[in-house]
Design a protein around this ligand. Structure first.
Ligand code: ZN
Length: 601
């Protein structure tokens, strides 16, 4: 299925070939990617240099160790996972502390407010009248059905709770649910608010699954979700699989149906523990490259895979430096493991010094066949996040983010990251592609501070946020692809220098040419139908929109070209002036391309 998606994408690229700009761009791209003796200093060389550094067995060892834990902010399994990674990195040569004179450091920090941290221990849910028996249950937090109890559900006590089931209907007054357990197909969060918090129900049971979970075929998937901590109501919310809901659905309207619910769970008080590992750079004035993998959430792919991949990236890279297999980079590398959003936001608020780029590693191990996911790189907001058009802007099923034109700031990072990905794709047939900005992970924290940050992820994963996101859905080869490309970027950007800056400038300029050519082709396609051409008012509107899109891309890419000066961390470098001159020449060329496209519309 995935290879056909990829073929279709390539074919649609071919369809726009008649444009002279694309022909020109392709010729230049061939010239740029032709093997050259200097390639070793470039991105292809960086991919080669880091190839053997990442040890997939090491990543797997971390993943296997943390998979049994139901990891939530600050809970037992979360803290044990922090400990596991801490020891793993210590073994690799990181030393405890955070002093700058220590090169390679490892530090645990507790961020944010104290909040209740929830750990599930055991639970079961049965229909007792009629005597249907147990529908879902688990005996410890590693159990296969562990997500059927929503996070923050209160323990019921040893005796459990026996109560009648009642169907949820939006039009019923909440008070009518008091003393019952409510069953419905809305998300557990909604059922909990309406029936338990507003209506006094004891708990609720939800059959909801996202469309991307394919509930029609994924019949045993049980959603993972979280309800608000409510000490006053002390209620619970349960999720049931489509198969088990079928049983409930038939029964619930027949009259007197009683259920037994037993939940044993523990609340502890915790802050957001964050593990910070740093590989020191050789140039103290340079900023750092940040990597983030969120440690909360219990899925093996979301985000055990990111946590484990990053742990083996950090340990492998440090060992390679110490053994002299790669040079120590000029920029430092900072790896963060913590609670999603909070760890990156709080770390940035703690004034860690300049951050030059952030790579967020979240859901990177999906077995492509089993989960039906595609390896994706989510771009920093660019005009494609507003005017998404094929073939270059294809959203995931996650959907569009809220982006305005005023949010767009051109940067070299999108095309730079994709250049590394494309080298890997071409060498291994890995079907990676980019998607326009959507949001929803730690890259938001960096972007909010103007720091370029992309998300490395896999979607649509049909097991996303369900109990079935376990080890058997992880393909270690996917972790290798992500680790090698990400480390190559870190190595290349970490070393920087004039030659690499020129390489990045070429990458961005080439991408700009391709983009403007594709949008020119799109514009012609929108302007060409007879209904448009024969209606002057309509033609005018379409023309205005198309010009606006081309101008937006042209502006974005001019900023992206300008941003290449930031590639080199040494602002006093004698190479800076010639680089600026080459950037000026690229800007002139881009303006010329824009001018010609607008003329020809
Ligand atoms: Zn995630």
């Amino acid at each position: 299925m995935l290879s056909s998606v990829r073929r279709a994408r390539r074919e649609s690229n071919v369809l726009v070939l008649p444009s002279p700009w694309v022909v020109l761009a392709v010729c230049i791209s061939l010239a740029v990617s032709a093997p050259a003796p200097a390639a070793q200093a470039g991105l292809p060389g960086s991919l080669e240099a880091v190839e053997g550094i990442f040890d997939a067995d090491e990543a797997w060892d971390v993943l296997e160790a943390i998979d049994p834990y139901f990891r939530m902010r600050g809970n037992d399994g979360y803290l044990r996972s922090v400990q596991k990674i801490f020891l793993h990195l210590k073994d690799a040569g990181f030393s405890e502390g955070s002093a700058l004179e220590q090169l390679d450091t490892l530090e645990i920090r507790d961020f944010g407010p104290v909040r209740p941290a929830w750990t599930p221990l055991r639970a079961s849910f049965s229909v007792t009248t009629p005597a249907v028996g147990k529908l879902h249950g688990f005996d410890d937090e590693a159990g296969l059905e562990r997500t059927f109890v929503a996070v923050n559900s209160f323990p019921t006590g040893e005796a459990g709770i026996d109560a009648p089931l009642m169907r949820y209907e939006r039009s019923k007054p909440p008070e009518s649910y008091a003393g019952t357990i409510v069953v419905g197909d809305e998300p557990a969060e909604t059922l909990f608010r309406r029936s338990v918090q507003e209506g006094g129900a004891l708990g609720c049971i939800s059959s909801y699954l996202g469309d991307y979970n394919r509930p029609d075929e994924n019949r045993d998937a049980i959603r993972y979700c979280q309800i608000p901590y409510d000490e006053e109501r002390r209620g619970f919310a349960l999720n049931v699989s489509p198969n088990k809901y079928q049983v409930l659905d038939r029964l619930v309207d027949t009259g007197s149906v009683w259920a037994h619910v037993h939940i044993d769970a523990r609340f502890t008080d915790a802050r957001s523990r964050t593990l910070i590992a740093r590989i020191g750079g050789t140039q103290p004035s340079a900023g750092t490259i940040a990597f983030v993998a969120h440690l909360d959430e219990p899925g093996a792919n979301d985000n055990g895979s990111g946590v484990a991949t990053m742990a083996a990236m950090a340990s492998g890279y440090l060992r390679a430096i110490r053994e002299g297999r790669v040079e120590r980079p000029r920029r430092s590398l900072t790896f963060l493991w913590g609670t999603e959003f909070e760890c990156s936001r709080e770390w940035l608020a703690s004034r860690p010094g300049p951050v030059d780029m952030a790579l967020v590693i979240d859901m990177v191990g999906e077995d492509l066949q089993l989960t039906r996911a595609e390896p994706l790189v989510e771009r920093i907001p660019d005009p494609g996040a507003i005017w998404d058009r094929r073939p270059l802007d294809v959203h995931s099923e996650w959907g569009r983010g809220d982006v305005r034109e005023s949010d767009l700031h051109g940067t070299f990072v999108n095309d730079y990251v994709m250049a590394a990905m494309n080298i890997r794709r071409d060498a291994t047939d890995w079907p990676v592609r980019s998607n326009p900005y959507e949001g929803g992970s730690d890259h938001e924290s960096f972007l909010a501070r103007g720091i370029p940050s992309v998300l490395l992820w896999h979607f649509t994963d049909i097991y996303y946020h369900t109990n079935l996101d376990r080890l058997d859905k992880v393909d270690r080869q996917e972790m290798v692809h992500v680790a090698v490309t990400t480390l190559a970027l870190a190595h290349h950007f970490g070393m920087a220098g004039a030659e690499r800056a020129q390489e990045v400038l070429d990458i961005v300029l080439e991408a700009a040419r391709v983009r403007l050519a594709v949008e020119a082709e799109n514009a012609r396609a929108f302007l060409s139908p007879e209904v448009v051409r024969e209606n002057p008012a309509q033609f005018d509107r379409v023309m205005q929109r198309e010009r606006r899109i081309i101008l937006a891309w042209s502006r974005w890419y001019r900023e992206a070209l300008l941003s290449v000066v930031n590639f080199e961390p040494d602002t006093l470098s004698p190479e800076r002036l010639p680089l600026e001159e080459r950037i000026d020449a690229a800007l002139t060329e881009l303006r010329q391309v824009e001018h010609e496209i607008l003329e020809q519309l």
